[in-house]
Ligand binder design. Structure first.
Ligand code: GDP
Length: 182
């Protein structure tokens, strides 16, 4: 019998302008377009991973500073929807890096509340091609990820497809592991 097709929900989180749409579109279409609308969007695409079809639903969500109860509930819903998370900052934007820690905590707290122990999260430092404008070192990114038990990658959505591929494949591995243990 044919194996059931796997479907995964991925939430892409991060400050404005760090390249959430660029990473998503790069992964799903292999292209870098350069400009993206700032509307929230869910992309659904079949991707072949290790010879198997996987349906990726990727929700690229604009960052909100809104801390109202209503917005909090919306955020909880998105977190519950997702099987895995890509937390993105830009290596030339310290402010975008400084919110990652808190975002990971919010996601973990929400998932652990439902009994999920190992939450699949990858932290991504994007815009590696802009190294002359770097304000966050690779080491800082790596240490943050290590301390929060997340995977870590530095990539450039603009210049290289391969690194972006590794991000999503790495996340898929973590999601598969988490589904086996729960
Ligand atoms: P979002 O708001 O997080 O979804 O960010 P976007 O994907 O819309 O990207 C914001 C801007 O950064 C756009 O002008 C992109 O072309 C640019 N951008 C995204 N990724 C990279 C990258 O890896 N390198 C460079 N140089 N620019 C990037």
């Amino acid at each position: 019998p044919a194996a059931l097709k796997m479907e995964v929900n991925v939430l892409v989180v991060g400050a404005d302008g760090v390249g959430k749409s660029a990473l998503t579109v790069r992964f799903l279409t292999r292209r870098f377009i350069g400009e993206y609308g700032d509307l929230e969007s869910i992309y659904s695409h079949n991707v072949t991973v290790d010879g198997k079809d996987v349906l990726f639903n990727i929700w690229d969500f604009p960052y909100s500073q809104d801390h109202s109860d209503e917005n909090f509930t919306e955020e909880e819903k998105r977190i519950q929807w997702a099987d895995g998370f890509v937390l993105v900052y830009s290596i030339c934007d310290r402010a975008s890096f400084s919110i990652i820690h808190q975002k990971v905590q919010v996601i973990k707290a929400a998932k652990e509340y439902l009994g999920l122990e190992k939450v699949p999260i990858v932290i991504v430092g994007n815009k590696r091609d802009l190294h002359h404008r770097r304000t966050v070192s690779s080491e800082e990114g790596r240490l943050l990820a290590l301390s929060m038990d997340c995977e870590f990658y530095e990539v450039s959505a603009a210049e290289a497809y391969h690194g972006v591929l590794l991000v999503f494949h790495g996340l898929l591995d973590k999601i598969k592991e988490s589904k086996l243990t729960t």
